[in-house]
Design a protein around this ligand. Sequence first.
Ligand code: 4AD
Length: 582
Amino acid sequence: MSGTEEKITGGVAHLSVSDTTSAPPSNTPGIYVDEVAGSDTAGNGTEAAPYLTPVAALTAHGIDATLLVRKAAGEEYAAIGGTALKRAKKGVELNEKKAKKAEEQRVRQEKEAAEGKAKDEKRIEESKKIVLTEDSTLPAASKIYKLADFRTKRVRVSGWVHRLRQQKELTFIVLRDGTGYLQCILSGILSQTYDALVLATEASVEIFGVIQEVPEGKTAPGGHELVADHWRVLGAAPGGDDAYTNKLNAESEGPVVADNRHLVIRGEIASAVLQVRAGILRSFRKVFDKYTITEVTPPCMVQTQVEGGATLFQFDYYGQVAYLTQSSQLYLETCLPSLGDVYCIQESFRAENSHTRRHLSEYTHLEAELAFITFDDLMTHIEAVICEAVDDLLLDPRMSAFLYQLNPKFKKPSRPFMRLSYKDAIKYLNEHGIKRKDDETEQLVDHVVGDDIAEAAERQMTDQLGVPIFLYGFPKEIKAFYMKKIVGDEGFTESCDLLMPNVGEIVGGSMRIADMQELLEGYKREGIDPAPYYWFTDQRKYGTCEHGGYGLGVERLLAWLTDRFTVRECSLYPRWPGRATP
Ligand code: 4AD
């Protein structure tokens, strides 16, 4: 753009002269304007480079310039008409007014900004001079969830700034300490210190003051608030680009959420899930204790498989091949003659390349093994343990609040759970048009007995039935080597999966082969070398017994309990293919 700078205001080109060297020479009869082919940005008023509008021409060459205008292609240039000239002069005037106004506004805003900055700087400088004095009688520190016992008393509470709202002489903080949330009010000088002015969410602070019931008509977590008389920052948190709220917010998704899991868990939803997780594990332990089932801690580094070689994580163990455990079941079985019925809550590992919402590479596996039971006893026990643990969880008001916060529609499952044999499930699928994909033809076809019911079909059936279902009696070919066969129907096993609506399988269990010969055949069928299993086989040699057990995926149970879309939200630091950070 030569000599002019274009400012488009409301469709009117406004040109301010910044360089006159490109103006036509003084002997030029006039300034050329071509209303079809001219250009207000590239034009300079010569015949070779005419302007597009008379307004631009007058703006660049002065209000008294002589304008020659061409209105249509091929027409001769002619002196501008009187009305058109009047209109163009008005346009120039209007633009000049607008420009003046804009300039005045810019100057005013600049002045205001400078004044605001100076004021803020002064406020900050003055805030640095404020030193809060502290009541020397230090009150007892308390955790937030216990504060109902301290109403009207002075307390000291430490935590993280979960939410922050700053008004003129008031700072409202929702403080979080992991046990709960507390509204705190800093008023007067407390809200004018330097620390108060630069406070950001997620800073850690210590606040002193009196716990007061909130006035009628107002609400706050716990029904009370802390009216502060002293406070201090323990660890600041950044504002600006690095601020917590800039790193993570409701719109964050995918890798951002996964990479920042350490910050995500500070959020209300993620921490509530983790609270329920802790609560349900505590309740399970209580229930196992009630049934005199003893907790053991089997190894995670093993040299045997349980659920098939395809999903083993293998590693080098001092020059030998070893694996991360898939299930502690075999070790639990060895504990029966030692401790009686046993359970463990241990991590299990599956190298499944499954990017589904119910698969993790590492998950928390709650497994139990019971001696001298029948298959019917096993299913009744699984049902009892789950229902009693949920009952116990809901008896705890904090846990119940977390659970209903996450899953307001949660209903305790009614007992007994539906029991559906594998063969009847095949019938159900066919009667309800739930098909499977044929591996060879890729066509959708009916299910037949012997099929390993695919996850999708199983989910569809479970969601249609809408209740917990024990699916039992799977064909031996699709199940693990250790499962006991049904007497009189030896092609099928005393095995069961517990299926929950919206999640699918949360428990897998079975009766185990008690007979030595049958177990050896099981190894053979699955192509397993029995040698490394000598210690497991020995259970059949030294006083065998009928026994059975199960494994429950803790994250899947939580996805059902807390109505989470994926098990990834139910693990502290979830691992799935390609993800082992943080
Ligand atoms: O059905 P699974 O493979 O059974 C066993 O491992 C038995 N040895 C357990 C036993 O009898 N002691 O796994 C049991 C449960 C499943 O029902 C599921 O809830 C969970 O473990 N599970 C997984 N959870 C998350 N991610 C995965 N990749 C899982 N694989 C199994």
